[in-house]
Design a protein. Structure first.
Length: 295
């Protein structure tokens, strides 16, 4: 097995932090291996004033990295799994998923202690139509303001734009060390996260050597959870334009699956919880699909 693996990643502070965490995990197993980092600018990193669903979706954060993988300029790529399209580039695969962080969203505010206390016409920032729809379903009187940027940028804009609160992923906030800003971790009753949220994935060319190298860092339960979420998302054809929340959680030998689907205006289409066995994950996906409209 070769001992030098070039790691590709976006250049955002969160992406670099997640790459650092991945390399630290690999070095515990392969202390003599070298993992140089190559920063790759993606299309999604160059456009910050437009919602993702209007410029091509979350795949904009991975296209150039996948191209570098295929050209063999890098050996492995680190992604937030929620940014990775369900259809990967030809000859590419997810070689490992690290142990998943809490996948839920969080409410951050300098005014309110929790989202239940938010008053009429309060301005809440998010660029996600999934979050927007669930916020409006929870409270029609809230004004949702488009807000993009890295974690630290969005927290800064909380004050700069006079926002009453913002919604972010817990995993990103924690990894960046901004836990102190969290006022509330939002329960699934209020907000179901997207497929893959909280999980760091390693994408590779579909080669046995890389698969073998990554096997020790793969967290099996996290891999199963994210695989179920991505399979269901693909079957529903739900992407960045779809107000869709999916979360699978392995509990001993069972799996809990939460699914919500909204209309853009916050009207609810589907809100269900399913239970199944880890031995039959496809049955759980099939059960959910029976009540899900194709988007």
């Amino acid at each position: 097995m070769k001992t030098r693996w070039i790691v590709g990643t976006r250049g955002s502070r969160l992406a670099l932090k997640q790459t650092e965490l991945t390399i630290e995990t690999l070095k515990k197993i392969y202390p003599d291996f070298d993992f140089p980092v190559k920063i790759i600018k993606t299309t999604g990193d160059t456009v910050w004033d437009t919602p993702l669903n209007l410029i091509g979706g979350k795949g904009l954060f991975v296209k150039e990295i996948e191209e570098a993988l295929l050209r063999e300029e890098i050996d492995i790529a680190i992604h937030s799994m929620k940014d990775l399209p369900t259809e990967l580039g030809k000859a590419l695969t997810v070689g490992a998923i690290l142990k998943r962080e809490d996948p839920r969203d969080v409410f951050i505010s300098l005014i309110y202690e929790n989202i239940n206390n938010v008053e009429k016409k309060a301005k809440i920032g998010t660029s996600s139509i999934r979050r927007k729809s669930q916020i409006l379903y929870f409270n029609r009187n809230i004004e949702v303001v488009n807000l993009r940027g890295n974690v630290d940028t969005r927290i800064r804009k909380l004050t700069e734009q006079g926002l009453d609160g913002i919604i972010l992923a817990y995993a990103g906030v924690k990894r960046m060390g901004f836990d102190e800003y969290i006022k509330e971790v939002l329960p699934f009753e209020i907000m179901v996260p997207p497929a893959g949220q909280g999980a760091i994935g390693v994408e590779i060319r579909d080669e046995s050597e890389a698969l073998h190298m990554l096997k020790p860092i793969n967290h099996e339960n996290s891999f199963l959870e994210v695989s179920i979420e991505r399979k269901l998302q693909a079957a529903i054809r739900g992407g960045c334009n779809t107000p869709l929340g999916i979360n699978a959680k392995v509990m001993d030998k069972n799996i809990d699956l939460h699914v919500v689907l909204f209309k853009d205006n916050g009207d609810l289409s589907v809100k269900e919880k399913f239970e199944g066995s880890i031995s039959y994950p496809d049955d759980l996906v099939a059960k959910a699909l029976k009540i899900m409209p194709k988007t």
